[in-house]
Design a protein around this ligand. Structure first.
Ligand SMILES: [Zn+2]
Length: 315
């Protein structure tokens, strides 16, 4: 409420109306879930029901929805959120227990499933379409997964449903991270500008060596989760400017920022459809945006910052 008095946010109370899906509740996703829970996402909504016996009725929405199929492991204890006593529990169960203790008003729905399996994908689509308040579509999807396949699955679903989402990631060497805001049709989708691994047709699985696990730091993951939630709040509550792509290089404290346009040759047919719709929308309702679109900015293919060096100028 102080945010409202200080003129930062006009409508903080609206935070109660949103449904946010977090896919992946590991090092970044669990901290993201905790921040959103503490901010009040998923609080009970009071709705006036004139014809009801009680004029005010509690309407519960399942407003924080978590997807993950992993278990809590002792090896992950260098990260934030989970505790040793929770080892062996599914991440969504452990997360739901902790988040409910932090803010009992939050309604949390969990899915202990792998969305990349074709059998689970339909359920994932259904949740995105109907998991919001009163059976509406959800408001936002946050990708906190650690692999290409899951990111592509979220991308496919969000392109199909024209649903906005944030992608996030931390590099294998633990010192780089990024967030990316994806509006189907308006900005590049995940398939428009695939990471180097895919552009070079390297099989992601062959990069993982047996017995060698990726490095991770709670610091980098905490920074990325903070950036992700900050931009989520800005998007949902309409304040400040949302970053389209924001990188983080911990070694130099460097935060590259850019906007990536959609690729007219994207392999996702729904992305192409959304691009057409966006073009028609802009013609019908021209909007004046203050955002600087770096059309002429050349992003060098071999830039030394971060893993996503293939974010070159698309056209
Ligand atoms: Zn695309």
């Amino acid at each position: 409420m102080a945010l409202q008095r200080m003129g930062i946010v006009k409508n903080y109370e609206d935070i109660r109306k949103f449904t946010v899906v977090i896919v992946g509740v590991g090092g970044v996703g669990s901290v993201t879930a905790e921040m959103l829970t503490r901010c009040g996402i998923g609080k009970v909504i009071l709705k006036e029901m004139p014809n009801s016996e009680h004029s005010l009725t509690y309407i519960y929405g399942f407003q924080l929805i978590l997807f993950d199929y992993d278990k809590v492991e002792l090896a992950n204890m260098n990260r934030l959120f989970y505790q040793p006593a929770q080892a062996g529990l599914s991440k969504v169960t452990a997360a739901s227990m902790t988040l409910t203790r932090i803010n009992p008003d939050v309604k949390i729905e969990t899915y202990n499933t792998n969305i990349t399996l074709t059998t689970q994908f339909e359920e994932f689509l259904r949740v995105l379409q109907t998991g919001g308040i009163s059976g509406n579509r959800v408001d936002l999807v946050l990708s906190c997964v650690d692999n290409y396949e899951a990111r592509m699955t979220i991308n496919t679903a969000c392109n199909e449903l024209a649903l906005e989402w944030f992608e996030s990631g931390v590099s294998e060497n633990a010192v780089c991270g990024h967030i990316q805001y994806i509006v189907p049709g308006e900005s590049a989708c995940f398939a428009c500008a695939p990471p180097l691994v895919v552009a070079s047709e390297i099989d992601e699985k062959t990069l993982k060596k047996d017995g060698v696990c990726a490095a991770s730091l709670p610091t980098t993951m905490g920074v990325v989760a903070g950036l992700l939630v900050q931009n989520t709040l800005k998007k949902l509550l309409h304040f400040g400017t949302i970053s389209w792509y924001l990188g983080y290089n911990a070694l130099a404290d460097f935060f590259p920022s850019m906007m990536i346009k959609p690729n007219p040759n994207c392999t996702d047919s729904f992305c192409l459809k959304r691009q057409e719709e966006f073009k028609n929308r802009v013609i019908e309702e021209p909007v004046c945006k203050n955002e600087e679109l770096p059309e002429d900015k050349v992003i060098h293919k071999d830039n030394e910052w971060g893993q996503y060096s293939v974010f070159q100028k698309l056209y």
